[in-house]
Design a protein around this ligand. Structure first.
Ligand code: ZN
Length: 197
């Protein structure tokens, strides 16, 4: 029904997060109908990105330079390192514009099920950075999942070798959130993390 080039396009689009086979077909058709205005510029942008991307040798962030834009920025506060699972979490924190320290990207979480151990993550390089004397605080901004919290414990244990304060993000009621809509785990965490009013 369709040529192998288009089949291949649909198959690859279907590997993107959030796209199943049906939405991959729709996306492929959308691109094909907009060959000059979208498909050609997109394929050029992808080729350039594929050529340019680098993993930061300091923090593990993905960028087009190493050290990355954050690590190379002289205005960033080098006394604080915020630890995240992947670059998407770093981007989310940067969007808030409320953090001016540096980051460390672990590259995932520990997972007994998927066979991910401490040596598969960038933990050793974090401990090395934390021990260099300039770093005062390490903030663990890991997901509030079982694997995320297991990882937080292991990272905290390893950081005992460095003279730093280890903190983590507060868990609780989201801004604008209504108590009635929260799951039990979130509500319990919010109650435990209560503060004087
Ligand atoms: Zn970096």
């Amino acid at each position: 029904m369709i040529g192998p080039e288009i089949e291949r396009l649909i198959q690859l689009l279907g590997k993107l997060p959030g796209l199943g086979p049906r939405s991959a077909r729709r996306a492929a058709l959308h691109l094909m109908k907009r060959r000059e205005s979208l498909l050609v510029p997109l394929s050029e942008a992808m080729a350039l990105a594929a050529e340019a991307i680098r993993t930061c040798e300091v923090c593990g962030n993905i960028d087009t330079r190493t050290p990355c834009t954050v690590c190379a920025d002289p205005t960033r506060d080098r006394s604080t390192i915020c630890v995240v699972e992947d670059a998407g979490d770093l981007w989310a924190l940067e969007r808030t514009r409320s953090y001016r320290g540096t980051y460390h990207v672990l590259g995932g979480t520990l997972s007994a099920l998927q066979g991910v151990g401490p040596d598969d993550l960038n933990i050793a390089s974090l401990v090395e950075r934390a021990r260099d004397g300039a770093v005062k605080e390490v903030i663990l901004a890991l997901n509030a999942t079982v694997d995320g919290q297991t990882t937080a414990h292991v990272v905290t244990d390893r950081l005992a070798a460095a003279d730093v304060t280890v903190s983590r993000l507060a868990h609780g009621v989201p801004v604008g959130g209504e108590l009635d809509y929260l799951d039990d785990g979130t509500l319990t965490a919010a109650l435990k993390a209560r503060r004087p009013f």
